[in-house]
Design a protein around this ligand. Structure first.
Ligand SMILES: Nc1ncnc2c1ncn2[C@@H]1O[C@H](COP(=O)(O)OP(=O)(O)OP(=O)(O)O)[C@@H](O)[C@H]1O
Ligand SMILES: C[C@@](O)(CCO)CC(=O)[O-]
Ligand SMILES: [Mg+2]
Length: 381
């Protein structure tokens, strides 16, 4: 049987990093997905092979199932009760990755994703394809963990699904919760200390407010249009999250005040997003406030030390067109969000995009707040 799962990437409208330290953040799914396809073979004896094909990386990795069983002690874990991967198990998995597969030096950050996959693994043939740029702030790691967890859980007895359904199917509430918990365990391996916002918005989709593991679904009254600019400067979320934590340890009075200010900004953004706006004047007033709050959040992200020269170039360029921007995700390069007001002319949008692309950046206007995780039991979508 073949199972396919798809999980979306995300943008963070406000609150990244501060959310790791207990502040509120606001995030929305985007219509770019990571796809995972699992083919379940009955031949899962010790001679069988586990094969992982990472299409985006042009990498194929494989392990003898017997070797995996030999290397990993029986941990007595059942699919219905998500558990963290212990540091000892991470070491064993890392050794397995090193032992059997030569991941090229240039792709070495992938090892964390492969370890997360092995941790989530229970099956035989896996193919991963993503529309998301990896390591750019659009939640590729979370979409990866959510789609892998969902496909694996669908093949276990732990979720309730209609296997006869044709086309993309959504999970029920309890099953979404289970997928989200497992995906969080995968994210821990990739991010170190994730807040859980990325896997949660990828699982549930739409627009959410998130604080200390609790999500509130937001009902947006006006569609938001955002330009996403990928600076193409590579960075690593785990290292950036750790650097903010170190700064917080060095400045135990100043940094909590920064996180508190971000909390207020996120709450105000959530209120504005949900407030009614029936005419152009009201919509413009809402967008003006959102722009100001995005700029304030960007200033605080600079305080946390996660901006970058490439991000500053995007900010300066969009400001020339009176457009407000902020980094999204972990920063340090990666992607920048720019609010495109409803009444902004298409000509201005074209000009900003041309200027940004002239700097070597890549622009896209993504659909925001769509479906979260979905699954499919036939090969055609
Ligand atoms: N399609 C994929 N195939 C294989 N590994 C992936 C894939 N998507 C993500 N990963 C893993 O996730 C890592 C990137 O995660 P990272 O958290 O640094 O960036 P991000 O999730 O794109 O951005 P952010 O966390 O800021 O939203 C990759 O180096 C790899 O280990
Ligand atoms: C930087 C961060 O806040 C968001 C990354 O998309 C990390 C996290 O919340 O896990
Ligand atoms: Mg990530």
């Amino acid at each position: 049987m073949e199972v396919r799962a798809r999980a979306p990437g995300k943008i963070i409208l406000a609150g990244e990093h501060a959310v790791v330290h207990g502040s509120t953040a606001v995030a929305a799914s985007i219509d770019l997905y990571t796809y995972v396809s699992l083919s379940f073979s009955s031949d899962s004896d010790n001679d069988g092979k586990l094969m992982l094909r990472l299409n985006d990386m042009a990498l194929e990795l494989s392990w003898q199932v017997g070797r995996i069983k030999e290397a990993l002690p029986d941990m007595g874990i059942t699919p219905s009760s998500p558990k963290p991967c212990t540091p000892e198990t991470i070491k064993l998995l890392a050794a397995l990755v090193e032992e059997h597969n030569n991941i090229p030096e240039a792709k070495i950050t992938l090892a964390a994703g492969v370890i997360a996959f092995l941790w989530l693994y229970t099956s035989i043939q896996v193919v991963v394809t993503s529309e998301l740029p990896l390591g750019s702030g659009l939640g590729s790691s979370a979409a990866f963990c959510v789609s892998v967890s969902a496909a694996l859980l669908a093949l276990s007895d732990s979720v309730n699904l209609d296997f006869g359904h044709h086309g993309w199917l959504s999970f029920g509430e309890n099953d979404l919760e289970l997928v989200n918990k497992w995906a969080f365990e995968g994210e821990k391996i990739i991010h170190g200390k994730p807040s859980g916002i990325d896997n949660t918005v990828s699982t549930y989709g739409n627009m959410i407010k998130f604080r200390s593991g609790e999500l509130t679904r937001l009902k947006s009254n006006t569609p938001l249009k955002m330009l996403i600019t990928n600076t193409k400067v590579g960075r690593n979320t785990k290292a950036l999250v750790a650097s903010v934590s170190e700064r917080a340890t060095r400045h135990p009075i100043a940094m909590p005040a920064v996180f508190k200010a971000v909390d207020s900004i996120s709450n105000e953004i959530a209120t504005i997003i949900q407030s009614p706006a029936h005419d152009d004047i009201a919509i413009t007033q809402k967008e003006d406030k959102l722009e100001e709050l995005m700029e304030m959040n960007q200033g605080l992200l600079q305080c946390m030390g996660v901006s970058h020269a490439s991000i500053e170039t995007v900010l300066r360029t969009t400001l020339k067109y009176k457009l407000a921007s902020k980094l999204t995700g972990a920063g340090g390069g990666g992607c920048v969000l720019t609010l495109l007001p409803t009444l902004l002319s298409g000509t201005v949008v074209d000009k900003v995009i041309a200027e940004l692309e002239g700097c070597g950046f890549q622009c896209l206007v993504a659909g925001i707040g769509g479906e979260g995780l979905q699954i499919c039991f036939n090969s055609s979508s």
